[in-house]
Design a binder for this molecule. Structure first.
Ligand SMILES: [Zn+2]
Length: 349
């Protein structure tokens, strides 16, 4: 039987620190989208009623049956407009669904991970894309992965200053942009630091950190600051070296190539683009969880990257990833749980 993990009422003390048996069962109801009846509950403290559905990711969604298909579609290089045509949803509804799914997956990705096992190493790189207008609003995207399993630890975007060849028309466009939005800031080193910190959270138990990057001069100082006090074995490779399988940066180059292919808005010479970088960040979160939990590491493998690191014990489907809400950290219900067991409890099993 499903046990509700907490009272959904934020002002109730059973919301933050639920006691055992804080609820009473109160029958069932039938929903069109579920084959089984859904149990109802009543909080003994605040008297608020709720049901098992309150703890689902698709709580209050219209067309919850399309969530997994939309997730799959966006993680397959299809844009939002084309997805909305295929699924016969309005564009607005598709956008809102995409944001809700991606925010959920970002939390899920953080909840399910744990310390990296011994022998793990990190690959880090930045690639460039843009928001809204290619020649005036470039972005840098730092990506951090675990090398052997290709587990995507973090990826986000940061604005950078326009650079490269300046034609007269481009200079005019940049001036016009600066008049409207102010001088474009370069926030990339802050973003690099934040991304590496996500790696530092997972490498606390390792005796030393092995890090592969290119030769950008700012990386060694940022790495020392982030992995404070820990010995770092930092392998640096010239980025002009041919991008073959022998290149020490192959794992990260390969991951970036896959992201560019499967996240349509990152493709070169494409109609798809991000209008705002916060939605690109959501796209990256969605793609990372598909990469980490749904896809096999390589085509010949049976296991997903997260499975190889021991974070989950099986490869998961899009439907499983979009099951329980993940807004309560490690105390959220584990995506594979039936009775409402938390991610914490599942890990100790
Ligand atoms: Zn309550």
């Amino acid at each position: 039987m499903f046990q509700p993990p907490r009272c959904p009422n934020r002002r109730c003390r059973q919301h933050h620190r639920p006691e055992p048996r804080f609820f009473r069962r109160r029958g069932f109801y039938r929903a069109l989208c579920r084959p089984h009846p859904i149990p109802r509950f009543l909080c003994r403290t605040c008297g608020r009623g709720f049901s098992r559905q309150t703890f689902r990711m698709d709580y209050r969604d219209h067309r919850p049956d399309l969530n997994a298909r939309l997730f799959q579609s966006i993680a397959s290089g299809v844009g939002l407009r084309q997805s909305s045509r295929n699924l016969r949803l309005s564009l607005r509804c598709t956008e809102l669904k995409f944001r809700k799914i991606a925010r959920h997956l970002r939390r899920l990705n953080l909840n399910l991970r744990g310390p990296l096992p011994e022998g793990s190493s990190l690959h880090f790189d930045e690639f460039e894309t843009y928001e809204a207008r290619r020649n005036t609003r470039p972005l840098s995207v730092p990506v951090l992965i675990e090398s052997a399993t290709r587990f995507v630890i973090w990826a986000e975007s940061a604005p950078i200053r326009p650079h490269g060849r300046m034609s007269e028309a481009r200079k005019r466009a940049i001036q016009e942009d600066e008049r409207r939005y102010g001088r474009r800031k370069d926030l990339s080193s802050r973003s690099v630091e934040r991304t590496l910190r996500r790696g530092a959270e997972l490498t606390e138990r390792l005796p030393a950190v092995e890090l592969y990057t290119d030769e950008k001069t700012s990386y060694p100082a940022i790495a020392r600051r982030v992995f404070c006090g820990k010995p770092i074995v930092h392998w640096r490779t010239n980025s002009k070296q041919a991008r073959t399988i022998q290149n020490p940066l192959f794992p990260i180059n390969h991951t970036e190539a896959m992201a560019r292919d499967l996240l349509g808005r990152l493709r070169r010479r494409s109609w798809l683009a991000s209008k705002k970088r916060r939605y690109l960040d959501l796209g990256l979160a969605l793609w990372a969880s598909w990469r980490n939990y749904v896809r096999r590491r390589f085509n010949k493998d049976e296991q997903s990257p997260a499975q190889r690191l021991g974070f989950v014990d099986r490869r998961m489907s899009e439907v499983q990833l979009l099951s329980w809400r993940q807004d309560w950290g490690k105390r959220s219900v584990h995506p594979l749980a039936w009775r409402g067991e938390s991610v914490e409890a599942w890990e100790q099993r």
